[in-house]
Design a protein around this ligand. Structure first.
Ligand code: ABU
Length: 366
């Protein structure tokens, strides 16, 4: 009997992983869930369509290099099958001009133990993204009799799922921060919505970020799906664009987690960690002042690292502050160049999805 799928956290020894591909990636047209991420003075405003070929080739070269580094360390690497992302998405409830990419698998696939869940994502342009991973999931299903292949309830993404004109471009940064603190986000509670990258897995505890891509109904869904788990809704008030927890709160090993100093963990959740002797360390400042061109993510991809085991971590090579901090925290650091891939959906953690890590479901917060 072959056990292919098993992962309960982001730090136990990694043995099998999916690494994204940038082929055919597009900048999607504006839609209710995404328009607020594009600043008014950005060249991306109003622009959509296939990304320039030379940027796709550069991103793929860095993704291939990540795959090679992992394989050299004995990690099995699978790759998705990209679609022609420039096709429109048309359903009974909406129409949008193109899809996006399958580069950040972490947003689409959530591995919990022997189960992989296809997430209920809120971007219309990402509606079919899971199809790029179907050949792999089908193979795991055929080969691993214990693999649970799941899909969260498919959202309809009709107009009822969004607050329209949520981000009027005249709204200041301060007002956005007030909204984040008040848990006022672009999605409504019409249906279950979540990106897998909003879920931080720590054994029996799931810390789920409530933000622009994940709503409260998703928390309720997780509670009912996993009655034996503790589900924690987390909100980081210092983040004006809260999308995904993995550039905000990143565990390195049992007992040690780095926290974005601009997006501090609220006191209630902080207590859970401190009571159980976890050290919460402010992450090092990013080395860059701006993200690369045509990138939706923040400079905090600096902390979006891929942990290979309790002592080893892959960090973006130009993030010198983060490299140094990892070293001081007792990690062996593997630097690799990855900034050319950022614009396609994120950093080293975003660009991967766990298939197998050693270890079992532990209770870190008894
Ligand atoms: N996908 C992670 C992006 C987080 C950030 O922009 O800070």
């Amino acid at each position: 009997m072959t056990k292919i799928v098993n992962s309960w956290n982001d730090f136990d020894p990694l043995k099998h992983v999916i690494v994204g591909r940038a082929d055919h990636s597009c900048v999607p047209p504006e839609e209710p869930a995404t328009s607020e991420k594009v600043p008014i003075d950005s060249p991306m405003r109003g622009m959509w369509g296939p990304r320039p070929l030379e940027t796709v080739e550069k991103a793929n070269a860095q993704l291939d290099n990540l795959a090679r580094v992992l394989e050299e360390r004995g990690v099995k690497v699978d790759r998705p099958s990209p679609l022609q992302w420039n096709q429109p998405v048309i359903t009974p409830d909406f129409r949008t001009g193109s899809m996006m990419t399958c580069m950040p698998p972490r947003d689409t696939l959530l591995t919990i133990g022997n189960e992989i869940i296809e997430a209920a994502m809120s971007f219309r342009c990402r509606y079919w993204e899971y199809l790029a991973f179907r050949p792999l999931l089908s193979q795991y299903f055929n080969e691993d009799p214990e693999f649970l292949w799941s899909q969260a309830p498919r959202p309809r993404l009709s107009d009822k799922s969004y607050k329209h004109n949520y981000y009027d471009e005249r709204i200041s940064l301060e007002e956005r921060l007030v909204r984040t603190a008040n848990k006022d986000f672009v999605t409504t509670e019409e249906e279950i919505l979540f990106d897998a990258a909003d879920v931080l897995r720590l054994g029996k505890d799931l810390f789920i970020q409530h933000g622009l891509t994940t709503n409260r109904k998703a928390m309720e869904w997780f509670k009912r799906k996993y009655p034996d788990f503790r589900i924690h809704a987390v909100n980081f008030p210092g983040d004006p664009y809260p999308i995904h927890i993995d550039a905000t709160f990143v565990p390195l090993r049992p007992g040690l987690i780095i926290n974005n100093p601009h997006r501090k963990l609220p006191e209630a959740q902080r207590k859970i960690f401190e009571k159980n002797d976890w050290q919460i360390v402010d992450a090092a400042m990013p080395a860059h002042k701006e993200p690369p061109p045509l990138c939706y993510s923040s400079v905090w991809l600096s902390m979006n690292c891929l942990v290979l085991d309790h002592k080893t971590v892959i960090v973006e090579a130009s993030e010198t502050n983060q490299l140094e901090q990892m070293d001081k925290l007792g990690m062996n650091v593997i630097p690799i160049h990855f900034r050319d891939a950022y614009a396609f959906g994120g950093g080293l953690h975003c660009s991967t999805a766990d298939v197998y890590r050693e270890g079992t479901c532990l209770d870190y917060f008894p």
